[in-house]
Ligand binder design. Structure first.
Ligand code: CP
Length: 325
């Protein structure tokens, strides 16, 4: 167990060692057990977390806020429409000032080309840990909850195969932070990765190179494919979600036009049947129902999306308890 996480930022899990990630997961399992038993665990009594949202959220906000309350502390909800954080307050000022009020600063800013830079500027000026609640490049707490869920459902993940696939959605150009964080972390646990997407939906080349290097070091497989059906064949974990062609097009309209060429990229029962019989279906939510995934799959016996969403609570409490004490 790694015990020196006090004061650490979590901006990407790539900056945490495997031992540190294992520690966070061990604590998450323990806090989940304590909550199931109704045992109080006010590890962060009197501590305050600032939660800055430049972008909407359901699960992330609710789970961080509930988590801080369960740890005996308080979470401040600070969103960009009713405060000055999106106009006037600089990242440096936010880091300096909220670092003096609070014991941790959590930020969601998914603006393409800006979000990660903003979070790092806040972190550089902050005396307290900065936690990434999703930026344009990474979504570390989602992926920590995902690996926890895979361990719960599949036991030790080494040797399993995850299909990280693009799927069509009509709602909006979703960020690429989830697939990028998945392909980076999963190989570190020995999981073979199949990254599947149609032409034009590639991820950042430097992230793909880092993911390949993680796979090489952990002796895990890493493949890039452009055929959804082939990517599903015999897989253990189906993680199919939409993302925007952010590296290919300049406008939302161009993105929507390109995506519309692949409307048949839906996770339905026919496609799920290509995976292993005991394969699980995962999605970070929200999903475009019957566009990105059919009701039959997301509500079906192979879907673990509610356990996956629950685990956000436990991993976030673990990281807050380890970094903010
Ligand atoms: N999965 C996830 O981050 O959900 P929200 O966008 O609702 O927070």
């Amino acid at each position: 167990m790694q015990t020196h996480l006090r004061g650490r930022d979590l901006i990407t899990l790539q900056e945490w060692t495997k031992e540190e990630i294992d520690t966070a997961l061990e604590v998450a399992f323990e806090l989940k057990r304590q909550r199931a038993l109704g045992q109080p665990h006010a590890i962060l009594r009197d501590k305050v977390l600032a939660m800055l949202f430049f972008y909407s959220s359901t699960r992330t906000r609710a789970s961080f806020e509930a988590g801080m309350a369960q740890l005996g502390g308080h979470a401040q909800f600070i969103e960009s429409r009713t405060t000055q954080i999106a106009h006037g307050d600089t990242a440096k000022e936010i880091g300096e000032i909220l670092g003096r009020y609070d014991d941790g600063i959590a930020i969601r800013n998914v603006d393409w080309g800006l979000g990660n830079r903003y979070i790092r500027e806040v972190a550089a000026a902050s005396r307290v840990p900065v936690l990434n609640m999703q930026c344009d490049i990474y979504h570390p707490f989602q992926i920590l909850a995902d690996i926890m869920t895979i361990i719960e459902k599949k036991g030790h993940p080494r040797g399993k195969t995850i299909t990280v696939s693009w799927a069509y959605a009509a709602s909006y150009q979703k960020p690429i932070s989830v697939p990028q964080s998945l392909i980076l972390l999963m190989p570190r646990f020995g999981v073979n990765v199949r990254l599947v997407h149609p032409p034009g939906f590639q991820l950042m080349p430097e992230i793909v190179e880092q993911a390949k290097e993680n796979a090489r070091r952990a002796r895990a497989g890493f493949e890039i494919m452009d055929d959804f059906d082939a990517g599903m064949r015999g897989t253990d974990v189906v993680y199919a979600k939409s993302w925007g062609p952010l590296l290919t097009v300049k406008t939302d309209a161009e993105g929507a036009e390109l995506a519309a060429r692949y409307k048949d990229w839906i996770t339905d029962e026919r496609r799920m049947a290509l995976a292993r019989e005991d394969a699980i279906y995962m999605h970070p939510l929200p999903a475009d129902r019957n566009i990105e995934v059919s009701d039959a799959v997301i509500d079906g016996p192979q879907s673990v999306v509610y356990d996956e969403a629950e685990n956000r609570l436990h991993v976030q409490k673990a990281v807050m308890a380890l970094t903010m004490t």
